[in-house]
Design a protein around this ligand. Structure first.
Ligand code: ATP
Length: 915
C-alpha cells in the first residue's frame, strides 16, 4: 500500500506507521528528528525580490529617469560638477526611498509572522499549542470547531466532527467525518470521510487526527499558489493620494513648462532653463507621499502591536479612526474571564462558596454556617456532573492535577480550557470531588459538544452496563429539557413549585451579576449512547444551579468612559442572561435603564429590520444572543450610518466579524476561522485594547494629515518662487541643484519625523471622523495654500530685495535658497497640530523632528560654508545681518501663528465669559 493512501488504512495502522499514540503523541526528540527529515510545515514561498532589485526599482521612476537623462546631458556638455551633484542627490533620494519602502515591508512581514497560525497537539503526553509551522508527520492534532487544519491527517478519534472542505473540493456544506471507516483506492477526496485536509475548517464537534502530510506534501500544497497570501491591499487613503498625485504631476509639469518658456523668452540659456524645469518638477512632485503614508501606517501598526492590537488588514487602520460603535463580547473582553463559583442552588438549599481564582481552597456555607459538602448528597451529585460534563483541566505549576497533587501548599493554580468549566472543576475540588477519581469506574464514551447556539453541552458515560447522559448549560435552556427533579435520593416529576423556585434562584443569582449554569442528567439506553444526538437531551432530571462570578475588567470601565468622550458608543453583546449582562453593564457604566435599552435574542427575533433600525441607537446591551443575531445587529447599525467594530471568537461569529467595518478576533479565545475573517486581532482579548487601537488609528491619520500639509505647502512655496520670478521677469531665484537640495533636506527626514509624531493628548476628546471626509477637509487645503503663498512670497521678497539693493545675484540666490529651506524648517513645527500653537503642542515633544530639523539645518549650513560644497551649489557665505534677514523672514509667520492661537483662544474665552 502506498504511504500516502492513508484513507485505505485503519486508524491503528496509521498510528503504528507513524510510531505514535493518541494519548502520548511524539516526544520532543522525535519531533526534532522529523523536523530535520520532513522540514517545516509551510508552503515554499515565491522567491522574494532581492534588496538590490528593490533599490534598482527606485531608479525606474519616470521623474528620476528624466533627472538621470539631465545628468547625462550635463556631463556631455562638460558641466561635470552639476552632473555629479545631481547624480549624488538622485542616489541619496533613491536610498531614502529604498529605506522607507524596506522598513515598510519589513514591518509588514513582522506583522504577518505575528498573525501566524497555531495548532494544538499532543506531545510528551501533554496538550500543547505550537506554531503550525512546527507540526511534523506523526503529531496528534487536537481539533475543535473553528480550527483551520494545518496539515493533512488521518482521524483517530471524533465526537460529531464536521469539516467544511470548500477550499479543496468546492463543496461548501460541511462533511461529517468518522475515524472508523476505510475507503477503496482512488476514492475521490470528498468521499474520504476518515481524513482531514490542510486548509479546511472544522465547523462542529471535536476530534484527534494523526498528521500524515505537511507543507508541500499536503493536498493543498499541490494546488500551487492557493495558500500564497494575496498582494497587500492599498488602503483607501493610499488610493486617493495616488489619484491626487497624478493630478499634481500634470499641474506641476504645466507650471514648469511656463517657467522654462518664460525663462528662454527672456534670454536665459535653454540648457539652464531645461535643467531648472526638470529640477523644479522633481522638487514639486511629492513622489515620496505614498511611501511615507505606507511608512506611517506600518509604524503605527507596530505601535498598535505594542498595545496588543495586531492589524491584519492595513485599511483597517484608517477605518479605526472613524469608529462610532464598538460591539464587544462580554465574557473575557469586558470581564476578566477568571470565573469563580460563588453560589450553588440544589432545589432545597442555597450554598455560598468562598475562595478566589482557581485555588481549590474554599468553604461551603449554608445560612452563613460552614458545612461539609459531603453531607448533602444532592450537592455532591451536582458537583460530580459539573466535573464530568467538562473538558477543562486543572493544573498546578503547569502540571495536570489528579487526586495525588491536591494536598500540596503551592498556589500556582491554572486552568487549561474554558474558564467557565475551569470554575466548575475548582468548585468540585473544594468539595473533594475529582473527575480522575470518578472516572475510575466510569468511562466517557461520547460527547455532544457545546455550541453558542445550543447554550449547553452533554457527555455520555458508561458505568458497568448502564449509560448516563450528563448535561450542563444555560438554565432557561436546560429547564425546558427537564421533566424530573432529583433530590439526591429519588427522582420526582418536576413540579410548578420547583420550577418557580428555580426561576427565583436564577433571578437572584443573575441580578448579583453571576453567570448561572444548570446541571441535569438521566440514564439512557445503549442505542442512544451509541448514536448520541440532541434528541437524547430530553426528559432530564434537574440537579442544581451553579452561579459564578466573572468580575468586570477595571481597565474596561476606564476605556468605556474614554469612548464616551470620543463620541463612540459601546455595546455589550453576550450569550449570557439578561440580568447578568445588565448588572455587569451597569457596573461598567454602559447601561442606564432610564436612557438605554437591553434586548434579548428572543426580543430581537420579534423585531422586523425596520423596527430594529428604530431602536438600535438606544440599545447598549444584547443578552442571550446567538452569533446569527450579531450579524443582524451589525447590519442594522451600519444602516444607521455607523462605522462598526465588532468582536468575535466562535466559529459562528465569523460572518458578523466579516460584515463589520472592523472585525475584531480574540487572540486567545478566538478560533482560526474568526481570526481569518477579522481585520484585527486582540492579543489579550481585552476591550481596552480596542480603544487603544482606535486612538492609534486616529493618531496615524492625524500624522498623515500632518506631513501632507507640510509637504504640499513646501512644494507650493517652491513652485511659486520659480513661477512668480519667471512671470515678474526676475532672474532665476534658485539654480537647479539648489532646488534639488531643498527637496532633499526638507522632504526627507523632517517629513518622516512628522509621520511618527506623538498623538495629540486630546485625541480621544474629539468626535469620530467621517470616513468619506477628504484628507484636505477641516481647513487643511486653506492652510496648505496659505502657507505655500507665505513661503513663496517670503523667498521672492528676500531674493528681489537683495538682488536690487546689493546687485549681487549669487548672494541673492544664497539668501533665497536659505529662506526657502528655513521657512520649511519652521513650518514643520507648525504642522504638528491643527488646533494648538507650536508652543502649546510642545516644540521639543517630537525628538525625531528636532533631530531631523537640526540635521537638515546643519547640512544646509555646510552647503554655504564648506568651500567644496559652496562651490558645487554656487553659494556665498552670509553675514550676521544676512542671517537675521533670512531667519526673520522665514520665522515671522511661525512666531505670529504661535501666538495667534493663544491670543485668539483667550479672546474667545473672555468674550464667551462676558456674554
Ligand atoms: P460572550 O459574553 O463573550 O458572548 P458567553 O460565554 O456569554 O460569551 P456563549 O459562550 O455563547 O456566550 O455562552 C452562552 C451561554 O451558554 C452562557 O451564558 C452559558 O449559560 C452557556 N455556556 C457557556 N459555556 C458553557 C459550557 N462550557 N457548557 C455549557 N454551557 C455553557
Amino acid at each position: 500500500m502506498d504511504n500516502d493512501k492513508w484513507y485505505m488504512r485503519t486508524a491503528e495502522d496509521t498510528l503504528r506507521f507513524w510510531d505514535t499514540s493518541q494519548d502520548e503523541g511524539l516526544s520532543t526528540n522525535e519531533v526534532k528528528t522529523r523536523l530535520n527529515k520532513f522540514g517545516f510545515n509551510e508552503m515554499t514561498e515565491k522567491a522574494k525580490t532581492p534588496w538590490w532589485k528593490q533599490l534598482f526599482a527606485q531608479f525606474q521612476d519616470f521623474m528620476v529617469l528624466i533627472l538621470l537623462g539631465a545628468t547625462l546631458i550635463s556631463a556631455f556638455l562638460g558641466e561635470y560638477v552639476d552632473a555629479i551633484t545631481i547624480l549624488a542627490i538622485v542616489i541619496i533620494n533613491a536610498i531614502l526611498g529604498f529605506v522607507q519602502e524596506f522598513r515598510a515591508e519589513k514591518s509588514m512581514q513582522a506583522l504577518k509572522k505575528l498573525a501566524a497560525p497555531t495548532v494544538r497537539v499532543i506531545r510528551n503526553g501533554m496538550l500543547q499549542q505550537i506554531a503550525a509551522k512546527e507540526l511534523v508527520p506523526g503529531d496528534i492534532m487536537v481539533l475543535e470547531a473553528g480550527d483551520k487544519l494545518s496539515a493533512d491527517g488521518r482521524l483517530v478519534a471524533a465526537q460529531g466532527i464536521e469539516v467544511e472542505e470548500a477550499a479543496l473540493t468546492g463543496e461548501s456544506l460541511p462533511v461529517r467525518k468518522t475515524p472508523d471507516k476505510i475507503y477503496l483506492e482512488n476514492s475521490p477526496l470528498g468521499d474520504r470521510k476518515n481524513m482531514v485536509y490542510a486548509g479546511t475548517v472544522v465547523t462542529r464537534g471535536r476530534g484527534r487526527a494523526v498528521a500524515c502530510a505537511t507543507g508541500m506534501a499536503t493536498e493543498v500544497g499541490f494546488i500551487a499558489g492557493m495558500i500564497q497570501e494575496s498582494a497587500d491591499e492599498a488602503t483607501p487613503l493610499e488610493k486617493r493620494l495616488e489619484h491626487l498625485g497624478r493630478w499634481l504631476v500634470w499641474g506641476c509639469l504645466a507650471i514648469c513648462l511656463v517657467v522654462v518658456i518664460t525663462g528662454v523668452v527672456r534670454g536665459e540659456p535653454l540648457f539652464l532653463m531645461c535643467m531648472a524645469g526638470i529640477s523644479l518638477a522633481v522638487a514639486a512632485i511629492p513622489e515620496g507621499l505614498p511611501a511615507i503614508v505606507t511608512v506611517a501606517l506600518a509604524l503605527g501598526v507596530q505601535r498598535m502591536i505594542k498595545r496588543n492590537a495586531i492589524v491584519r488588514k492595513l485599511p483597517a487602520v484608517e477605518t479605526l479612526g472613524c469608529t462610532t460603535v464598538i460591539c464587544s463580547d462580554k465574557t473575557g473582553t469586558l470581564t476578566q474571564n477568571a470565573m469563580t463559583v460563588k453560589c450553588i442552588f440544589t432545589g432545597m438549599n442555597t450554598y455560598e462558596l468562598t475562595g478566589s481564582g482557581y485555588d481549590i481552597k474554599g468553604e461551603f456555607r449554608l445560612n452563613q454556617q460552614v458545612v461539609a459538602p459531603a453531607a448533602d448528597k444532592q450537592l455532591v451529585n451536582c458537583l460530580e456532573i459539573a466535573a464530568l460534563c467538562n473538558n477543562s483541566v486543572l493544573k498546578r505549576n503547569s502540571v495536570s492535577i489528579s487526586g495525588l497533587w491536591r494536598k500540596s501548599n503551592d498556589s500556582a493554580w491554572s486552568i487549561e480550557g474554558d474558564p467557565t468549566e475551569g470554575a466548575l472543576i475548582v468548585a468540585a475540588a473544594k468539595a473533594d470531588v475529582w473527575r480522575e477519581n470518578l472516572e475510575k469506574n466510569k468511562l466517557r464514551i461520547g460527547e455532544i459538544p457545546f455550541e453558542s447556539d445550543r447554550r449547553r453541552m452533554s457527555v455520555i458515560y458508561r458505568q458497568g452496563s448502564e449509560y448516563w447522559l450528563y448535561t450542563k448549560g444555560a438554565p432557561d435552556t436546560i429547564a425546558g429539557l427537564c421533566k424530573y427533579y432529583h433530590n439526591g435520593r429519588t427522582e420526582t416529576p418536576i413540579s410548578r413549585e420547583i420550577l418557580a423556585k428555580l426561576a427565583q434562584a436564577n433571578d437572584e443569582m443573575t441580578s448579583r451579576s453571576l453567570r448561572v449554569l444548570a446541571v441535569a442528567g438521566r440514564r439512557i439506553s445503549k442505542a442512544e449512547a451509541d448514536h448520541p444526538s440532541e434528541n437524547s437531551e430530553a426528559n432530564l432530571a434537574f440537579l442544581g444551579l451553579i452561579g459564578m462570578m466573572d468580575p468586570p475588567r477595571a481597565e474596561a470601565k476606564q476605556a468605556i468612559a474614554v469612548c464616551k468622550q470620543a463620541g463612540i458608543k459601546t455595546v455589550m453583546i453576550t450569550g449570557d442572561h439578561r440580568n447578568t449582562a445588565t448588572a455587569i453593564a451597569r457596573e461598567l457604566k454602559l447601561y442606564d435603564e432610564n436612557k438605554n435599552k437591553a434586548l434579548t435574542g428572543q426580543e430581537l427575533d420579534n423585531l422586523s429590520d425596520e423596527e430594529l433600525a428604530k431602536v438600535v441607537d438606544q440599545v447598549t446591551v444584547y443578552a442571550r444572543v446567538s452569533p446569527a443575531h450579531k450579524l443582524r445587529i451589525v447590519k442594522a447599525l451600519k444602516k444607521q450610518g455607523h462605522i462598526v467594530a465588532m468582536t468575535g471568537d466562535g466559529v459562528n461569529d465569523a460572518p458578523a466579524v466579516k460584515e463589520a467595518d472592523i472585525g475584531i478576533a480574540m487572540g486567545c479565545a478566538g478560533t482560526d476561522v474568526t481570526k481569518e475573517a477579522s481585520a484585527m486581532i486582540l492579543a489579550d482579548d481585552n476591550f481596552a485594547t480596542i480603544v487603544a487601537a482606535v486612538e492609534e488609528g486616529r493618531g496615524i491619520y492625524d500624522n498623515i494629515r500632518k506631513f501632507i500639509r507640510y509637504l504640499l505647502a513646501c512644494n507650493t512655496g517652491e513652485v511659486l518662487t520659480m513661477f512668480v520670478a519667471a512671470l515678474a521677469g526676475l532672474p532665476m531665484p534658485l539654480l537647479p541643484v539648489q532646488i534639488l537640495w531643498v527637496n532633499l533636506v526638507t522632504d526627507g527626514l523632517p517629513a518622516m519625523a512628522l509621520g511618527v509624531d506623538n498623538n495629540d493628548p486630546h485625541i480621544m476628546y474629539r468626535p469620530p471622523r467621517h470616513p468619506g471626509e477628504s484628507v484636505f477637509s477641516r481647513g487643511l487645503s486653506r492652510k496648505i495654500i496659505g502657507r505655500g503663498l507665505q513661503i513663496g512670497f517670503s523667498t521672492i521678497f528676500v531674493f528681489s530685495l537683495v538682488y536690487y539693493l546689493k546687485e549681487d545675484l549669487a548672494l541673492a540666490r544664497t539668501m533665497a535658497f536659505s529662506t526657502l529651506v528655513f521657512s520649511q524648517m519652521f513650518h514643520v513645527f507648525d504642522c504638528r497640530s491643527e488646533l494648538y500653537s507650536v508652543f502649546e503642542a510642545g516644540l521639543f515633544k517630537n525628538k525625531f523632528l528636532v533631530f531631523a530639523v537640526l540635521c537638515s539645518s546643519l547640512m544646509h549650513i555646510a552647503v554655504i560654508y564648506n568651500p567644496f560644497l559652496s562651490n558645487v551649489f554656487a553659494t556665498v557665505p552670509l553675514s550676521l545681518t544676512d542671517w537675521l534677514l533670512v531667519l526673520g523672514v522665514s520665522g515671522w509667520t511661525f512666531i505670529v501663528n504661535g501666538f495667534k492661537y493663544v491670543f485668539l483662544r483667550r479672546y474667545v474665552a473672555r468674550a464667551l465669559l462676558n456674554r
